[in-house]
Design a protein around this ligand. Structure first.
Ligand code: S5P
Length: 472
């Protein structure tokens, strides 16, 4: 086996499945080694060899009912193993995740069946854990993952913390030594990668892992000191004091209507959210009056701008133009689609702003057919994990467990519904159970004939659901 692994390591290097140099990962981090095992599909013999040797890691005395490859690289490998071992396979779709409606797992299986996971590379372990979560929801039992390459960046531990045994053909260190012994790489490259490994361990995963539901069990006041962002601390404290989880979406186009609503709603809400670009008679006096109301009734102002451009443009959009958002909005919303430079751009715009500011990253949207699914969500979480401007995420489900971050969930109405433009609504109770700390309520309140009564109803229902959540 040792000899075979050594030979195979050299072949993988020669077909460019392993490269050394200066690379940037998809979440914007630098790495001196790049592993791309997708290349093996162009080399059928190597592909077969690798799949066969990977399957030898499995203890044949252990019964397995199903094989599941983590999309995409491991899918063909899992298929080959399935055919060769005559064990059926399931596929966890990567794209379907619109509020639990579409089928996620393809293939024929029964709850209680034992399924083994096949993966090409583990870094943080998040891809495996995501698949495992979905398989577990279908009742499948997962105890083992077979992996070609362990990058030794904390992924193995994250997976093993979920009770899954990880067996890997290579660790990055072993691989380096095989390649060094074969004269394929220099000691300098080995040193480089080893230095990198010493500093880049991924943090213990607090993502989609149901067993780390820490945040949902804690009350808001205990979470205050766990927030990295100052404003997030203040929001959590205010939620606790006001016994409110409402972020009111004042999607109105006249300044007077917004101010009138803010006067009524102010004492009962935590955030008043506006879309400044839909206001027809915007003026600076409006901002001054809204600020005064926010101080009088103690709520924060959010501009739901959903910034999404490159850092430089976003920096200008945030601080310049007619609206000068950075000067008055306590909070803003930001898409992660353009990459981590967006956070640097926003920070740059805050150079002369002394007040606390916070960002809610739109990691998962409420609208039907949204593209914010699967890896987009986990990558968005990872990308924003180191930015201390981030107060939380706009999302639909419990996608992170860090108690210092706030889940802001839009698409909330007293009854499950949808509008005719793709918005999807869930009830206060169901969004709180799905992890919401703050619920964005818009037309549920703005369209009500008695707005105060509507606000109080949402406030009550959300708070009761939260009390029930933390007491479980
Ligand atoms: O995914 C999202 C993100 C946001 S911020 N879905 C949303 O609906 N929103 C915002 O929440 C949207 O822009 C609007 O301001 C509010 C929902 O309003 P409602 O009237 O549908 O409750």
């Amino acid at each position: 086996m040792e000899k075979q692994l050594e030979e195979l390591a050299i072949i993988l290097y020669e077909i460019n499945a392993i490269k050394f140099g200066d690379f940037v990962t998809k979440v914007g981090l630098k790495t001196p080694v790049y592993i791309d095992l997708r290349t093996i599909i162009s080399h059928p013999q190597i592909f077969r060899q690798l799949s066969t040797i990977l399957w030898t890691l499995h203890d044949v005395s252990e019964h397995v009912d199903q094989i599941c490859g983590v999309p995409y690289t491991a899918l063909p490998i899992a298929s080959l193993i399935s055919v060769e071992s005559n064990i059926p396979m399931v596929i966890r779709r990567k794209e379907a995740k619109s509020y639990g409606t579409k089928k996620l797992i393809e293939g024929k299986y029964k709850a209680g069946e034992k399924c083994i996971i096949i993966e090409d590379v583990i870094t943080s372990g998040s891809s495996i854990l995501e698949v495992v979560n979905d398989l577990k929801q279908e009742g499948l039992v997962i105890t083992e993952a077979l992996v070609i390459m362990d990058r030794e960046q904390g992924g193995r531990k994250n997976i093993e913390n979920s009770g899954i045994k990880v067996k890997s053909l290579y660790t990055l260190t072993q691989l380096l030594h095989y390649l060094l012994a074969a004269g394929k790489i220099t000691p300098v490259i080995v040193q480089n990668v080893e230095n990198y490994l010493a500093t880049c361990n991924t943090a213990p995963l607090k993502l989609l892992n149901e067993s780390t539901n820490e945040r949902l069990k804690m009350d808001f006041s205990s979470r205050v000191k766990m927030a990295k962002n100052q404003l997030a601390s203040k929001i959590l404290r205010l939620m606790d004091t006001k016994e409110s989880m409402i972020c009111l979406a004042a999607d109105l186009s006249k300044t007077d209507s917004i101010l009138e609503l803010a006067e009524i709603a102010g004492p009962h809400i935590v955030i008043l959210k506006i879309h400044v670009d839909i206001i027809e008679n915007f003026n600076e006096e409006f901002i001054k009056q809204l600020k005064d109301l926010s101080l009088k009734h103690k709520f924060f102002i959010m501009e739901d701008r959903k910034f999404a451009d490159i850092g430089n443009t976003v920096s200008l959009q945030y601080s310049k133009g007619i609206y000068k958002i950075a000067e008055w909005a306590d909070l803003i919303t930001v898409h992660s689609v353009s990459g981590p430079g967006i956070f640097d751009g926003l920070r740059k715009a805050l150079k002369n702003i002394p007040e606390d500011r916070g960002i809610f990253v739109v990691s998962e949207m409420s609208s039907e057919g949204t593209l914010t699914t699967g890896n987009y969500i986990t990558d968005s979480l990872k990308m924003s994990a180191t930015c201390d401007l981030v107060a939380g995420h706009v999302c639909q489900s419990n996608i992170f467990s860090d108690p210092g971050l706030i889940q802001l969930t839009p698409g909330v109405k007293l009854a499950k519904a949808s509008d005719d433009l793709g918005q999807q609504y869930n009830t206060p109770e169901s969004v709180v159970n799905a992890g919401a700390d703050l619920a964005v309520v818009g037309r549920g309140i703005t369209d009500a004939s008695d707005k105060l009564a509507a606000i109080l109803k949402y406030k009550d229902q959300l708070w009761s659901a939260y009390r029930a959540r933390i007491s479980h």
